[in-house]
Design a protein around this ligand. Structure first.
Ligand code: SF4
Length: 267
């Protein structure tokens, strides 16, 4: 039997940001030739790898600050940096983040136990499957499951960030589906500052999100992407696919490179 198509929070977010970008990223192979490495992806992926090893009980090699810093050097991804100096600055920043994170976690008494790190969960949505890769899942002493998501960009996080984050909403659905009956919360950790914010979707919000995902999933998987006219908007200025969209006869880019047209894309 053929496997069902899958959608992840990043696929859905890409579609919501621009359906044409979704086309070039996931539905039309020509897009892959235009993708460029980005330093912030490299930086985020490196830090995630170090924390994965630090929290993985099966990995005894990264338990101290010194070992975590060695893991950072080992896991370092250098793609996407504009110069050697830029990369050295990022490496210095990465060292500071890892050092303060490990010091903080080592000093904080915790009674929660980590159930897994960096694991992909799936959930049947009818015609398709929802997929999500969770940074870490902890079980608190009272049985509550806590999804932990690391953010490398922001210094500050708040409960609204948790509630408004599509990925964290999807992860809550996935964990509830995998562990029925267990209370589930989601926590964002701003790695630069150590700030944390925790929130949980209510039953009503969960049902609303499920309904939205079913609607969106159907639209994403059945859209005729070749028929969509790309429309210039702020996002285009930093988009790898701009050269492709420029080939469309109806795509017009304003002459003023700083003009910010936030209009959507029409189908
Ligand atoms: S250049 Fe603009 S319209 Fe084209 S894929 Fe990127 S964001 Fe979408």
């Amino acid at each position: 039997m053929a496997r069902k198509p899958t959608l992840s929070p990043s696929k859905i977010s890409t579609y919501l940001a621009c359906p044409v970008k979704y086309r070039w990223t996931y539905a039309d192979m020509r897009g892959r030739y235009y993708l460029r490495a980005r330093s912030y992806y490299s930086f985020g992926t490196t830090l995630h790898r170090v924390l994965e090893r630090f929290h993985d009980s099966g990995d005894a090699g990264v338990t101290t600050t010194h070992e975590a810093l060695a893991a950072l050097e080992e896991s370092w991804i250098d793609a996407g940096y504009g110069s050697a100096q830029e990369m050295q600055e990022a490496l210095g920043e990465g060292r500071a983040i890892v050092e303060s994170y490990v010091d903080r976690v080592t000093l904080e008494p915790t009674t929660a136990r980590t159930l897994f790190v960096e694991r992909t969960l799936r959930m049947d949505m009818g015609d398709w499957e929802l997929l999500g890769r969770i940074d870490r899942l902890d079980e608190r002493e009272d049985g509550t499951l806590e999804i932990v998501d690391y953010k490398t960009g922001p210094e500050a996080v708040c409960t609204e960030d948790v509630l408004g984050d599509l990925a964290l909403g999807c992860y809550q659905l996935l964990v509830r589906d995998r562990y029925p009956g267990k209370p589930v919360v989601a926590t964002l950790v701003a790695l630069r500052s150590g700030e944390r914010a925790t929130a949980s979707l209510s039953e009503e919000e969960t049902q609303e999100l499920l309904g939205d995902l079913r609607f969106l999933g159907d639209q994403i998987l059945h859209r005729e992407y070749a028929e969509i006219t790309p429309i210039f908007k702020g996002l285009c200025r930093h988009c790898d696919f701009l050269p492709l969209c420029r080939q469309h006869p109806d795509f017009t880019q304003p002459e003023d490179p700083l003009a910010d047209d936030e209009e959507g894309v029409i189908g």
